[in-house]
Write a protein that binds this ligand. Structure first.
Ligand SMILES: C[S@@+](CC[C@H](N)C(=O)[O-])C[C@H]1O[C@@H](n2cnc3c(N)ncnc32)[C@H](O)[C@@H]1O
Length: 261
């Protein structure tokens, strides 16, 4: 067994940005799942599992992986998840399904540190585009464009608001489980013309009494659809909004797009 520490001094462990969020992630992501799955359903015909693995970038707790493994016959999934805490949730989900072990690889790194296969059968980037700055976003799109087959697709979402602005605190009920309720409170501030600072609080309540209150702040990029369309066009990808949603389909433009077949 070799590991990086044998090649020099080990780097200090980076702070896990998702350590707090992972605490009850699937409960708080619950209100968004139906929309994600409907969007996946819309692009599923474009996935080409025979060409290569389906790439799930920032796979989180693995809910999207589960959909891919159960809904796309014979798909192999390459799930990228750099957060130790989120990966624990993902591996727990996979562990309950030994029949998936031959079909999924959970790579414990970020997008740019992961060795990607030369061809992919599709890509899913949900809740993750906002983690990349402009240069990284362009590089991610270029890597996808170089690997997607003609007629294939990537699914992304762009987080609201489209332009940074103050978002007053809003509360949402995630779930009631037994005697306890799980609530989230979200609040945001503009940082500049592309970034927002978000504060999320995750509450566990016994009636009015707060048993757990976890708060985390993070800065996210909110590129406008036009900005992403321009970035995508640079690498030969066309972008199309799915209905009136925050989900977008990216497809290689093909020869008539002037760049690649
Ligand atoms: C909001 S969560 C979304 C998880 C999942 N896709 C979902 O929709 O439920 C964003 C995920 O992206 C991961 N992430 C952040 N930066 C990343 C990067 N550079 N490369 C790959 N994943 C990243 C985080 O660790 C986190 O699990």
């Amino acid at each position: 067994v070799t590991h990086d520490a044998e090649q020099g001094d080990p780097a200090p462990p980076a702070r896990d940005q998702y350590a707090t969020t992972a605490g009850a992630y699937d409960l708080f992501a619950g209100p968004y799942r139906a929309g994600q799955l409907a969007a996946l359903d819309e692009v599923r015909a474009r996935f080409r599992p025979e060409v290569g693995p389906l790439l799930d970038v920032g796979a989180g707790s693995g809910a999207i992986c589960e959909w891919l493994l159960t809904q796309v016959a014979d798909a192999e999934v390459l799930a990228l998840e750099p957060s130790h805490a989120m990966r624990s949730l993902l591996l727990a989900r996979v562990a309950a399904h030994p029949e998936w072990f031959e079909r999924i690889t959970v790579w414990p790194d970020d997008f740019f540190s992961t060795p990607l296969p030369p061809r992919i059968g599709g890509a899913i980037l949900l809740g993750v585009i906002g983690h990349f700055d402009a240069g990284e976003r362009a590089a991610v799109l270029a890597e996808l464009a170089a690997r997607l087959p003609e007629g294939g697709a990537a699914l992304i979402d762009l987080q609201d608001p489209e332009t940074p602005r103050r978002v007053e605190p809003f509360e949402f009920l995630a779930a009631t489980i037994g005697r306890l309720t799980y609530k989230g409170i979200s609040e945001g501030w503009p940082v500049d013309d592309e970034r927002m600072r978000w504060r999320m609080s995750y509450l566990t309540l016994d009636g009015e009494r707060i048993l757990v209150e976890d708060t985390v702040e993070s800065v996210h990029h909110h590129p406008s659809p036009q900005t992403v369309a321009d970035d995508a066009a640079q690498v030969g990808l066309a972008i199309e909004r799915l209905g009136g949603t925050s989900f977008w389909r990216l497809t290689p433009k093909g020869r008539e797009g002037g760049r690649r077949s």
